[in-house]
Design a protein around this ligand. Structure first.
Ligand code: ACM
Ligand code: ZN
Length: 341
């Protein structure tokens, strides 16, 4: 996974990354196209997503951003396909949505104008979970995305939803009351049910981050597990496929060692190559359920990663990751891998 919202990566950089993936027999490219700090995908019929949502104003007043056109997407998808890589686009719902809200304020609970985010972190921006006009815009976006990407999977995000805006939205509160939902948590579950079903109605398989599994989710919806072993166990017990992206082993934005210039002590883990290679693959408590594990995915979040830094973050880690998932319990071992690397 590459996050192209926090930093924008030109098409040439994406192609170079796809070349690296192909060289290591990695066969999926999860493209995190939308987040608080930028909407990076042209949506025919909805020009404000890229006129407004693709740009943020930096403290010095300059604009930062960019986006991929429909033609760029076709080029990337074809380039990937020629290398046996399927592109999995992510349309993050309903949180991490400040760029979408800035583009179309009617997507929010209040309808008030907002700006594309410039701060990092978990922000309170969230699509209104009870507005029909908002839902129809989001369905139109998903419909275009299903058309643009020929692969079978569409990722709908679902992580780190902050529900406070729903708690003070009269429309959301009325929906909770009239439909007898279990508070804002039940409202979130209803929101996911609607959009999971919508993606399925377009002939695609939706997937999402493990927070989806705080709710009861239909069978066969794959879940991308990044934290909370309880949710990995729950996913596998109900027979849903689990894609493992354990934050402790698979997040390659983290520094290798404390002396790396991008180390931020307050929250960052360290991920040396040896640790990537030691990934147990099976989440804690899932030993008896490991048959349900679908595969693994490493994630490159880019708050601290401009295009010039990609190679620094992947060096050694991508090679280790590929070997871990292609060999699992037949891993030749760290000393052997290290000498080959
Ligand atoms: C995530 O790291 N928020 C999926
Ligand atoms: Zn609302």
């Amino acid at each position: 996974m590459l996050d192209v919202s926090r930093h924008f990566f030109p098409v040439a950089d994406i192609k170079r990354l796809l070349d690296r993936l192909a060289a290591l027999k990695m066969n999926r490219f999860h493209w995190h196209l939308i987040d608080d700090q930028g909407w990076r995908l042209e949506i025919p019929g909805y020009p404000r997503f890229t006129e407004v949502g693709a740009w943020r104003t930096l403290p010095d007043g300059s604009r930062y951003g960019g986006f991929y056109t429909v033609a760029d997407v076709a080029e990337i998808v074809a380039y990937a396909a020629a290398r046996n890589i399927v592109v999995v686009p992510e349309v993050e719902l309903p949180g991490h949505s400040m760029a979408g809200l800035a583009s179309y304020p009617e997507l929010s609970c209040s309808g008030k104008p907002e700006a594309v985010a410039t701060k990092w972190g978990i922000l309170d921006g969230v699509y209104c979970a009870s507005s029909e006009p908002a839902a129809r815009i989001l369905e139109a976006v998903l419909k275009e995305v299903c058309r643009m990407f020929p692969g079978p999977w569409i990722h709908i995000g679902g992580d780190e939803v902050v529900r406070t805006r729903w708690e003070s939205c009269p429309r959301c509160l009325e929906k909770i009351r009239s439909e007898g939902l279990n508070g804002v948590e039940g409202l979130e579950a209803a929101f996911f049910r609607r959009f999971l079903a919508f993606v399925q109605s377009q002939g695609k398989t939706p997937l999402g981050w493990n927070e989806l599994f705080e709710h009861s989710i239909p069978k066969n919806i794959p879940v991308q597990w990044w934290h909370r072993p309880d949710l990995a166990v729950k996913t596998l017990k109900t027979g849903n496929p689990l894609l493992v992206s354990d934050v402790a082993y698979c997040y390659f934005d983290y520094p290798y060692v404390e002396t790396d210039p991008w180390y931020i002590k307050s929250f960052m883990l360290l991920t040396p190559v040896e640790k990537v290679y030691a990934n147990p693959v099976v989440p804690p408590g899932c030993e008896a359920l490991a048959e349900g594990i679908w595969g693994g995915e490493c994630c490159l979040w880019t708050e601290q990663v401009p295009p010039s830094e990609i190679d620094n973050r992947l060096r050694g880690r991508l090679e280790a990751f590929s070997e871990v998932y292609w060999t699992f319990d037949k891993r030749p071992g760290w000393p052997d891998f290290r000498s080959r690397l």
